[in-house]
Design a protein around this ligand. Sequence first.
Ligand code: AKG
Ligand code: FE2
Length: 230
Amino acid sequence: MAASPSSTLVSPPRVDLDGEDTSTLVRGTPEWLRETLTSTAGEMARLARVILAMVVDGYGLSHRSDEIVAATDTNFRMLRYHNDNTRTSSSDGQPAVGLAAHVDGSYLTVLFQNDVDGFEMRTGDGGEWARVHSPGPDSLLVVAGQPLVVSWSNGRLHAPVHRVAVGGREDRLSCGVFLLPRRNLVVDAPPELVTVDAPRRFRPFEYSDYLRFKHAGGNGEDVLDRFAGI
Ligand SMILES: O=C(O)CCC(=O)C(=O)O
Ligand SMILES: [Fe+2]
């Protein structure tokens, strides 16, 4: 059996960067770190919005990008995966897992990590796990989430199943900005992306309803199809 995620994952509450109070981000941390975290999180959120606008533009919908980007929220999360050499792998040969396999419920997620790899994506439909090696400290990883698959690509983009494997010599540290549709936004494919050759793949839904369903219905790749697939 792989180790339970909760035994290795230190997950502070997510922080709403667009809300009034970001103090929970850094409660009890020194001023210099507070400033670093706040500005890092803010820049990552800005980048996430630029990338969303690029995706929207890329589908020929640049006239909509301001409106789409304005209807987003972000939150920031810091994660520490404790090194534990005793659990390098489980009895079935699988690596110990620090964060269980899931798909993201954000439009997109921008991740930054220290030099301890562990992020893995499942290739194709239920295929092998592939380790994503960080090319260096100047790099960020961008992961598409399910709302992006629905609304800004009508199924053309893929939201990968991913997880974090642990077992190295040092702790893995990562932080991520999650760019989310506003809770009451209706997530839907724009008419421009629905054609005879590419019929509508998902029914429109309110984002908060999707989140509720996802939290109750698990993290599997099929959540979106079960919830809104046509
Ligand atoms: O910590 C990581 O590298 C991945 C985190 C992640 O996938 C998530 O929080 O959704
Ligand atoms: Fe994720």
